[in-house]
Design a protein around this ligand. Structure first.
Ligand code: AMP
Length: 113
């Protein structure tokens, strides 16, 4: 069974694409929680960060570097932004395909709710 994000990667479901390369895709979140809200998603479908292994080290680094570069590209470098990975029920994960949220464009409260 393909995950929702795998279907987006395979162009079976449309999405607004912010970035794509050989290792990942970044899309604008369909239900944005901030003026800028993008998801950086590995093409290799790791279920969640707790399921990642040492074999995923390079792709995990790539996701974070891409998140930072995208935040800059989307104009968030000066104002700041937040990078979030939700894991499991209490973490608020709803799609079991690892994704890095990049949120910005407004002040974000801390601690999160
Ligand atoms: P999480 O709750 O961390 O698993 O994040 C899943 C995110 O995917 C949520 O922020 C959703 O709004 C977002 N989402 C769900 N379906 C889509 C979609 N078709 N296109 C873009 N983002 C989506």
């Amino acid at each position: 069974m393909k995950t929702l994000f795998q279907k987006i990667i395979d162009r079976e479901i449309p999405a607004k694409i912010a970035h794509e390369d050989e290792k990942c895709i970044a899309i604008h979140d369909i239900n944005p929680q901030a003026p800028v809200h993008v998801l950086v998603i590995p093409k290799n479908p790791i279920a969640r960060i707790a399921m990642a292994s040492v074999d995923d080290q390079a792709v995990l680094g790539h996701l974070l570097l891409t998140a930072g570069a995208l935040a800059k590209k989307l104009g968030l470098e000066q104002s700041g932004f937040r990078v979030v990975i939700n894991n499991g029920r209490d973490g608020g994960e709803t799609v079991p395909h690892l994704h890095v949220h990049v949120l910005g464009g407004r002040p974000l409260a801390w601690p999160p709710g």
